[in-house]
Design a protein around this ligand. Structure first.
Ligand code: LMR
Length: 394
């Protein structure tokens, strides 16, 4: 049997992580994988997470199974965080999942189960794992234009034109905030136009929200997802706590199936439970419990939100520093988009060859499509990167 196995293509983001680790140069800069790092290059355990974990060790009496969709208190807390009061709780079926990827995978499986003919439309570009999971599941995928390589903003006209060709029942995957990999996002008016189009054509949105709190703030970053949830008959929302709670390795995510007909919530919820059972049975609990403790304790929640806000402002400052430094070196506003992008990533908009050159000549690691993790920079490395960008002729 094993002789039939072939070498599979490596995930380009994870492969880059390894290349960086193997690079013996001291002066190297990691702008690859989407993991937050502070100015010292450390991915810290957030204060509120530490405090909740300590409490958990003291108070937890059992590690017995919780439930197929996880602890309902976790779903409640996350639904409140993401959806606020945009939709009533009884319209939301929800299940804890192993991380945001688990939620994405389960969402795709639900789509396949509910409508095997549905095609899933993803932005060009999107997070590479979206496309590989769809391919792995044998689901048909289509792309819609998204990134304007001239302005480095959203090609909104292209996006709308492409989505107008989608068939009724097709699913449109949207990034709730902080688009990965580009950093370019829709504004509120554009979101409303997308929602109107979805309704006109009978398309089902699936929102992936993995960076709430990294863009314009916890509430602002949830706004588009709330507009979608309230503005369409049904949608899926895949959420991750990896980044905004810094619990990457704890695999803490949530999948929501939102339906304006509350009478369907039971079946939706049952389907999510079934899918969990088939794929891994009970979802991981530790991260979800810690997140629940934080969100339901006013003091922990305030401290978590404050630390997240510090992280967000730090990334905005780095964006501005980089844009300013490039402005100074080039005498042009060509790189002003870096300060306008939001979230952990910006797509520089250059060729794989020049990305490779940055790596070879300067030990600067970014994904081949020129996505860079802004959190990988600090005040000392910003000028190094800016100079390397100019030297490379980008
Ligand atoms: C990323 O985009 O770098 C992160 O979401 C990490 C991952 O799993 O790819």
């Amino acid at each position: 049997m094993f002789e039939n196995l072939k070498e599979l293509p490596a995930d380009k983001i994870l492969a880059l992580m390894q290349l960086y680790r193997d690079d013996p140069r001291e002066q190297k800069i990691d702008l690859g994988v989407g993991v937050y790092k502070n100015a010292e290059g450390v991915t810290p355990v957030m204060r509120a997470v530490k405090a909740a974990e300590r409490k958990l060790v003291e108070e937890q009496q059992s590690k017995s199974y919780v439930g197929l969709v996880g602890d309902p208190a976790y779903s409640d807390a996350m639904i409140e965080l993401i959806l606020g009061d945009a939709v009533e709780r009884n319209k939301v079926g929800a299940a804890a999942t192993p991380g945001g990827t688990g939620a994405v995978r389960q969402a795709f499986e639900l789509i396949r189960l509910a409508n095997p003919k549905a095609r899933v439309w993803v932005s060009d570009p999107t997070w590479p794992n979206h496309t590989t999971i769809l391919a792995y599941l044998g689901m048909e995928m289509k792309t819609y234009r998204y990134f304007d390589s001239e302005t480095r903003g959203v090609d909104f006209d292209g996006m709308m034109a492409d989505l107008k060709t989608a068939d009724k029942g097709d699913v449109v995957l949207l990034h709730g905030c902080c688009h990965n990999p580009t950093g370019a996002n829709l504004n509120k008016v554009e979101w409303q136009a997308v929602i109107d189009l979805l309704n006109e054509r009978g398309l089902v949105p699936m929102v992936d929200i993995a960076y709430q709190g990294f863009g314009d703030g916890l509430e602002a970053d949830a706004e588009a997802t709330r507009m979608v949830a309230a503005g369409v008959p049904e949608c899926l929302i895949a959420a991750s706590c990896s980044k905004n709670f810094g619990v990457y390795r704890e695999r803490t995510g949530l999948l929501m199936a939102v339906c304006q007909d509350a009478g369907r919530t039971g079946i939706n919820q049952g389907t999510l439970a079934f899918l969990n059972r088939q794929n891994y049975s009970f979802p991981p609990d530790h991260g979800a419990r810690v997140v629940t403790m934080i969100l339901t304790d006013p003091e922990l929640r305030a401290d978590w939100a404050a630390e997240l806000e510090e992280m967000r402002l730090g990334m905005l400052e780095i964006r501005q520093q980089l844009a300013d430094e490039l402005q100074r070196l080039t005498g042009s506003d060509r790189f002003a988009f870096l300060a306008q992008h939001r979230g952990m990533f910006s797509r520089l908009g250059t060729t794989p060859e020049l990305v490779q050159k940055l790596r070879d000549d300067h030990g600067i690691y970014m994904v081949g499509d020129s996505r860079m993790n802004i959190a990988g920079l600090n005040a000392a490395t910003v000028p190094v990167l800016a100079k390397a960008i100019v030297d490379a002729g980008i």
